[in-house]
Write a protein that binds this ligand. Structure first.
Ligand SMILES: Nc1ncnc2c1ncn2[C@@H]1O[C@H](COP(=O)(O)OP(=O)(O)OP(=O)(O)O)[C@@H](O)[C@H]1O
Ligand SMILES: [Mg+2]
Length: 247
């Protein structure tokens, strides 16, 4: 799925948060989104998924305006997988049900019953098993998500985002709470999903594993290209970094 943002402006309480952001992402392209805390990265992802309506500019995801009609947005959202910075799993439900909920719009009546009884509709069984194996959450599937650790929840949220094989994945710091091995597995899976990928990160080693890095600062794109070198990192964050960090 391709993305086209042009002159996007967002303000909260009179404060500019995205200030004329233009960004073009080709179908299948993978982009790491860097930038200081508060730069507007999460807001940018929220604009793409129609959760924030820009005050100006245009946004097209797969040719569709996410702030357009409700029907367009519903259709669009079904092709987008989101892993949010603060996961939005539903407490009180099991990991299994949370993951399957990504496809709730496809469930038939019998499948609703199966899921509510703690089961797995047959046509999702193989995909669920594959995701659970890959992200090491097999043993966690029957557990209520409020009992899981932060990293465990994050892996459940990742599996949920991938369940329906979305064509666009918006991953907001999706590896930040994971141990290094599981983080690498997660990143590898996202990159090999074939989907267009927009992944925010504060981890420079994660950013360096992308061919294209876009950086926001104060709501503006200040970098777009191959992974930034030390000097460019300084410009992005507006302060010098300890040398060992840039090694
Ligand atoms: N719903 C909101 N209402 C008011 N202000 C908001 C809202 N959402 C975000 N902001 C503000 O907009 C700015 C950008 O927020 P955003 O979450 O996009 O930053 P970010 O780049 O994702 O930061 P981080 O790296 O810390 O996650 C911040 O100053 C934040 O306080
Ligand atoms: Mg954020």
């Amino acid at each position: 799925m391709g993305l086209e943002l042009s002159g996007v402006r967002v303000g909260f309480a009179g404060r500019s948060v995205l200030d004329g952001v233009s960004l073009s992402v080709a179908p299948g392209e993978q982009v790491a989104l860097l930038g200081p805390s508060g730069a507007g990265k999460t807001t940018l992802l929220r604009v793409v998924v129609g959760a924030v309506t820009p005050a100006g500019g245009t946004v097209r995801a797969d040719g569709t305006d996410p702030s357009g009609s409700r029907a367009d947005l519903t259709r669009l959202r079904r092709s987008i997988g989101c892993v949010r910075q603060r996961d939005d799993l539903v407490n009180g439900l099991t990991a299994r049900t949370n993951i399957l909920a990504a496809a709730a719009h496809e469930w038939r009546i019998g499948e609703w019953v199966a899921v509510l009884m703690g089961g797995v509709p047959r046509r999702f069984a193989e995909r669920l098993a594959e995701l659970a194996r890959r992200h090491d959450i097999e043993a966690l599937l029957p557990a209520r998500v409020e009992r899981l650790s932060g990293g465990e929840r994050q892996r459940v949220a990742l599996a949920r985002a991938l369940l329906t094989r979305p064509r666009l994945i918006l991953a907001d710091e999706c590896t930040s709470g994971l141990d290094p091995v599981r983080a690498a597995v997660a990143l590898d899976h996202l990159k090999h999903s074939g989907a267009t990928l927009l992944a925010t990160t504060h981890d420079l080693s994660v950013a360096r594993s992308f061919d294209r890095v876009v950086a926001l600062r104060d709501g503006k794109i200040v970098f777009d290209g191959k992974p930034p070198d030390a000097e460019e990192i300084e410009r992005i964050y507006g302060r010098s970094a300890p040398e060992e960090m840039l090694a």
